[in-house]
Design a protein around this ligand. Structure first.
Ligand code: XMP
Length: 556
């Protein structure tokens, strides 16, 4: 194994025993010996917009809307320096909303460089108030809080922000303070009943909106953002899946050179797209390792092998470690202990396989942009503590590897688009998420092979019926849970005493919150009938109608 500790892009992979299985291994970067990989941004040659995040719950949504307009963007804290953003080649800056009032003692403000840069600026809600405050206007508490829908009326139809938009439109407001006096050089471009200055702007492309264009409750909001990007910032819209794939291939080739890369595959979309992208860049210098932990769904291992070896023609090391995992899980009942046991076992098996490969230089990971944003430290310093989520696995303590994280700047929907651009099969690209600890966290109580087989059979029926009802892509996840409750039933003339199975189906955007899916009764009836008839150990089926919060998606 190589040692590259002088390389700034090198991570030392720790195998601490304290492993959370949801991520298998977390590295708190900034700890001794751990440093973030040097990252060239995906928009290296292109154009970008910077979102300065004042703590709005919608900042991520702003970023997604910008990306949907084919413009690359990154979310940065207000303390960001010009030197940090300059490599992005920014064409404009958006100031997000936020919970503060500009008169709060520690209210975050835009950095001074912003006003010297000459870049177009769009302030949203608190961002608008920051602009007004810093540029010499006056922000005051509104007569009443304005929350919800409002009718916006244009004062100036010539503003590029309003290109191809009606003179009045519905917008979504959520603010207390409002702009009372415009800064010098600004005029009011639109008003609502409660906000005489609902949109303001000057002749230098500095604009502010009192409402939120990024939320779906502002139906024309995306068009307003698009107008800012295309007509004010003069962006060209070069951020497309094909361009991303081409740029990434070149970047991976430059980073890896003749080195060898390993990637732990789970069969999920993130690790598969990561592997496919790297494979396109460096071919057989990549080896994928797929550990079958015995906790997979029916036919899943075969499907992963088929996709990876036959469709994608990647080098794959397949390890069936079912026995090891089940031995490790014997008598384990506590959910957290289960996760730890599975994580530790995974690392053990993965280490062993990785060692057998001889010299390896890089570890590929499917880290996504939400992980990166979440790991930015709360003091607002993006370059400080970074917690990298490792979905895949860990390596021996004495092994130092550089990370290859080609999806580090992508949102989940962009990963799927990249997958399609890489010609991955649609059924793989649109797969519902499946947790690393697999069916083990859907079996309440001890995990045994018999229970796994029961759950696999039930899970298969759920999936089959959901697919037949054309609901698969509408649901974030749909699956069965094997409870440890047994109930009395009657079949024919006989008393039965069998397991109770719960069905879980949820809709969600990002798994942070979720709602239970209103599945048609007919579909539920079919699932219930089939499970009780086809799986002899089960005699009762219930439907979980808990949202998240207060529930979680998985039962353990
Ligand atoms: P919860 O149950 O926390 O799940 O609402 C949120 C999302 O995360 C998935 N999940 C996991 N994924 N390892 C994973 O890779 C885990 O330990 C794990 N636990 C939950 C879950 O399936 C859902 O999509």
């Amino acid at each position: 194994m190589t040692s590259q500790s002088n390389d700034p892009a090198t991570h030392r992979i720790s195998t601490s025993g304290d492993v959370e299985v949801s991520t298998y291994l977390e590295i708190a970067e900034g700890k001794e010996g751990l440093r973030p990989a040097a990252q060239e941004t995906p928009s290296g040659k292109g154009e970008a917009v910077v979102v300065i995040d004042f703590g709005s719950q919608y900042s991520r949504l702003i970023a997604r809307r910008i990306r949907e307009c084919n413009v690359y963007c990154e979310i940065v804290p207000p303390s960001v320096s010009w030197e940090q953003v300059a490599p992005l080649n920014p064409r404009g800056v958006i100031l997000s909303g936020g919970p503060a009032s500009v008169y709060d003692p520690n209210a975050p403000m835009a950095p001074a460089w912003l006003y010297e840069s000459g870049l177009p600026i769009l302030g949203i809600c608190y961002g608008l108030q920051v602009l007004a405050h810093q540029l010499g206007g006056k922000v005051v508490p509104g007569n009443m809080r304005e929350y919800g829908h409002a009718s916006l009326h244009q004062n100036d139809a010539t503003s590029p922000l309003f290109a191809d938009l009606p003179s009045s439109m519905t917008v979504w407001m959520s603010h207390g303070d409002q702009v009372q006096e415009l800064p010098p050089g600004f005029r009011s471009l639109a008003h609502t009943d409660n906000s005489p200055i609902a949109v303001m702007g000057n002749d230098n492309g500095v604009l502010g909106l009192q409402f939120h264009p990024e939320v779906v409750h502002t139906p024309d909001g995306k068009k307003i953002i698009e107008n800012f990007l295309y007509h004010v910032c003069q962006c060209q819209g070069t951020w497309t899946p094909t361009n991303f794939v081409d740029e990434s291939v070149a970047r991976i080739q430059a980073q890896v050179g003749n080195g060898k890369v390993i990637c732990a595959l789970s069969g999920g979309v993130d690790s598969t797209v990561t592997a496919a992208l790297i494979h396109r860049a460096i071919g057989d210098q990549l080896t994928c390792i797929f550990v079958n932990n015995g906790l997979l769904r029916q036919g899943e291992a075969e499907q992963v092998i088929d996709t990876v070896e036959r469709n994608l023609k990647m080098k794959l090391v397949y390890v069936d470690a079912t026995e090891d995992f089940l031995t490790r899980l014997a008598a384990v009942v506590d959910p957290e202990q289960k996760r730890r046991a599975i994580g530790e076992e995974f690392i053990r098996v993965f280490e062993k396989q990785a060692e057998q490969l001889g010299q390896v230089d890089f570890l590929a990971q499917g880290t996504l942009y939400p992980d990166v944003i979440e790991s930015q430290s709360s003091d607002g310093n993006a370059s400080a503590t970074i917690k990298t989520h490792h979905n895949v696995g860990g390596l021996p303590e004495n092994m130092t590897l550089s990370l290859v994280e080609p999806l580090r700047y992508l949102f989940k929907d962009e990963v799927r688009e990249a997958g399609l651009a890489l010609d991955l099969p649609e059924e793989m690209v649109y797969r519902q998420p499946f947790p690393g600890p697999g069916l083990a966290i859907r079996i309440i109580g001890e995990v045994t092979w018999e229970k796994l087989e029961v759950l696999r059979a039930c899970d298969w029926i759920v999936m089959d019926e959901i697919q037949q009802a054309n609901l698969y892509n509408e649901l974030w996840q749909s699956f069965a849970v094997l409870t440890d409750t047994r109930t009395v039933g009657v079949m024919g003339d006989f008393r039965t005493y069998g397991y109770m199975v719960a069905i879980r189906a949820v809709t969600s955007e990002d798994a942070m919150t979720a709602d239970w899916a209103r599945l048609p009764y007919d579909v539920l009836a079919k699932i219930s009938n089939r499970i009780v008839n086809e799986v002899s150990e089960v005699n009762r089926v219930v439907y979980d109608i808990t949202s998240k919060p207060p529930g979680t998606i998985e039962w353990e």
